[in-house]
Design a protein around this ligand. Sequence first.
Ligand code: RIB
Length: 291
Amino acid sequence: MAVYNLGSINADLFYRVPHLLAPGETLAATEHSRGLGGKGANMSVAVARAAARVKHVGAVGPDGRWAVERMLEYGVDTRAIIEVSAPTGHAVIMIDDQGENAILIHPGANHALSETDIQQALTDATEADLFLFQNETSCQVIGATQASARGMRVIYAAAPFDAESVKTVMPLLDILVMNAVEAQQLSDATGADLADLPVRDIIVTLGAEGCRWLNTDDGSDQSFPAIPVDPVDTTGAGDTFTGFLVAGLDRGLPMAQAISLGQQAAAIMVTRQGTADVIPDLKDVQDARFG
Ligand code: RIB
């Protein structure tokens, strides 16, 4: 079994700031660094670090070969990453002293993927495989449609959130992952309670409050308490949660255990500064000995 992840690849430009910028404000950063990121790349690296097979479906520009090489080093199958003429996507990430962030993304090559690229990438996928996607590339509906037609389990981490995008793909989804604000926005946009949405498994991350899993088939609604940690940087923690969750499911874990694994990895991630380059692996999770 494998995870096919249609997802963004960015150069992440980090700026540590005393506080997040207000409109019209100019501020000097106290630290700066650069790394591999993009919600898609972060999730692929997390899946690989959680010991599952992952094939990344994505695009970079001629300036992005370093990113592909780094993903390969981290254990990601990069054969379905194409090179296009548009520049590689990038993100400007401000992080304040509380570990909160504000992120500006330039999609670049992430928006250059075509239907043919997706079709080629999924050629060898079977119903035993999982299809994961987020909201930072082109061709999400095409990807989800093709994956669903192949009988793959379709998982959408609906970030950055756009209610219309979620509504469009909702009938194709097996699992939907959102945060609490996004879940409320989706309820507002659909006029439906989460439990009435046509997706079997809905996972809502609640930050310091933990996480909630609704199974709309049997009507169950389970809460998972948060693991207490002192965050230094929350960037990429949600991506790490999703990657470990999906890897756990791919390796046959029941949903509750996969969620718990994701929470443990995310708890480590918020204590680290950076994104794909600092995602923990299974050994880090085991060594942390949470609960
Ligand atoms: O979720 C964090 C990610 O969002 C960053 O790596 C950045 O590239 C943006 O895609």
